[in-house]
Write a protein that binds this ligand. Structure first.
Ligand SMILES: CC(C)(COP(=O)(O)OP(=O)(O)OC[C@H]1O[C@@H](n2cnc3c(N)ncnc32)[C@H](O)[C@@H]1OP(=O)(O)O)[C@@H](O)C(=O)NCCC(=O)NCCS
Length: 206
């Protein structure tokens, strides 16, 4: 953040600057989950869940080990004007994971992770579908992109269940392993998303 260099007067503190650039993040509700902006009190649970090597190694940017300072740095940088939009994923009032959209010139990058105890129950697909609807329906994105390590079939399946189409493989740096690894790349555009939504609605009416 560049806040320190933007302070125009002694009373304009970095805290006020952050409030001035913060974006309103809506609350998204699904059948079982609530998605909302995360806050300082989420730090310990994020550190615990994202600190699991099985989570970190399957994301591009989560370091391992993962510290409270890492999480605080993340929370300070997201959900600002022009920055990444990130939701905390909550089940029964407890944070179980996160999902975000990083704006890029060739289509926003969708990312997500869940704590290991919550894997295998369809929560990621449910949460990611809500984030996708928000990205196309509210933020006006035309294209979303995402990726999954080739060794991560669960993540690949989440993307497929959400309508993403495979576009190829490329190397990507994985911070937790301090190395690059092959990543399956996926893409979903607005027209395909709209078509899938219309198809689901037509089936509900029938
Ligand atoms: C990837 C991740 C989000 C999946 O979460 P989840 O809640 O278990 O996902 P879901 O239950 O919604 O869907 C998982 C799907 O993968 C399938 N799956 C799981 N393990 C699998 C495997 N080894 N081989 C093939 N399919 C597998 C499940 O059967 C399910 O598909 P189905 O509904 O058709 O049966 C979670 O494992 C995670 O956080 N991993 C670490 C971080 C990560 O990979 N993030 C994504 C990349 S940024």
């Amino acid at each position: 953040m560049t806040l320190a260099t933007e302070v125009p007067s002694p009373v304009f503190t970095p805290v006020l600057a952050r409030e001035a650039t913060a974006r309103r993040i809506p609350v998204l509700k699904t059948e079982r989950l609530v998605l909302h902006a995360s806050c300082q009190r989420d730090v310990p649970v994020i550190v615990q869940l994202a600190g699991d090597r099985r989570v970190a190694e399957n994301t591009a940017r989560i370091p391992h080990p993962y510290t409270a300072a890492d999480t605080e740095g993340l929370l300070a940088s997201i959900n600002q004007k022009g920055s990444e939009t990130v939701f905390a994923i909550e089940l029964d009032g407890a944070l179980i994971g996160m999902s975000g959209l990083d704006p890029r010139t060739d289509g926003a990058e969708l990312g997500y992770w869940l704590g290991v105890p919550f894997w295998g129950r369809g929560y990621a697909t449910e949460a990611v579908r809500a984030v996708i609807d928000y990205a196309f329906g509210d933020l006006g994105h035309e294209v979303l992109q995402s990726g999954a390590r080739v060794s991560n079939p669960a993540s690949r399946r989440v993307l497929e269940k959400c309508g993403f189409q495979w576009t190829g493989v490329r190397l990507c740096r994985i911070r937790a392993i301090n190395s690059a690894a092959p990543i399956d790349r996926f893409r979903l555009d607005r027209r395909l998303w709209a078509s899938l939504k219309a198809w689901a609605q037509a089936r509900q009416v029938a």
